[in-house]
Design a protein around this ligand. Sequence first.
Ligand SMILES: O=C(O)CCC(=O)C(=O)O
Ligand SMILES: [Fe+2]
Length: 269
Amino acid sequence: MSALMELEKTWQDWLKHNLARGVPSNKLAASLFEKGWIDAAYELIHKSNSNLQIPYIDISHNHIKLMDREVSLAFTCHKPFIAVINNFLSPEECQALIDDADSKLKASRVVNPEDGTFVEHHARTSTSTGYQRGEIPVIKNIENRISELVHWPVENGEGLQVLRYEDGGEYRPHFDFFDPAKKSSSVVTKKGGQRLGTFLMYLSDVDAGGSTRFPNLNFEVRPKMGTALYFANTDLNGQIDKLTLHAGTPVTEGVKYLATKWLREKPYV
Ligand SMILES: O=C(O)CCC(=O)C(=O)O
Ligand SMILES: [Fe+2]
């Protein structure tokens, strides 16, 4: 049954009326979303020819059959949109990424808000390495799987990054979106536009610490090998959402490996 068809008659009339008078469908979808009718909001965006398309995960079922893997939703949050996806990667895929990345890791960098250059910073104490899209077969498969799950083209993804956090390693609270108010924004969005979503994959189990924490939302996701965490950095109107402030908390026992894929508004070429 279509989620739009399941809406109460008064809301269906409201929708028809506003569409007829030319209100953009993403604006109407945002109102549905605010009301908690997430499926209906996404269905509206998906069915309409709205210019603003956004990545979305179908949360109508607890298990999702993808082309090459069945995954399950362990946690969802509506505003901002957040989903924790279990069984997204196999242990073999996690190990293959770790094995390939291990010899290439270098100190991680962050974007300098003043000029858009990448610089080392005490707020991000991990080592990492970046890949081209499809650089090795395991990455190509994973990128296709992400694309299928979030309904977003592979071409709009930045290259995968693999990170390693050792004892005390962390990524202090930050946003992944580019703030239009910052000087660097025009430089970093030139290629691909805004970072609409963040797709993190935990490649290792960590004995203690190493959660991804959302300080403004009061929860954290603990790392578990093969689990993925997706969150939307902007709302349905394309506005940056400051509730997405997040951090990788210090690892206190063990080693945390993480793969990060940022999803852009437009093709990232
Ligand atoms: O380490 C984490 O859990 C968060 C990583 C992160 O925020 C990022 O790579 O942008
Ligand atoms: Fe981040």
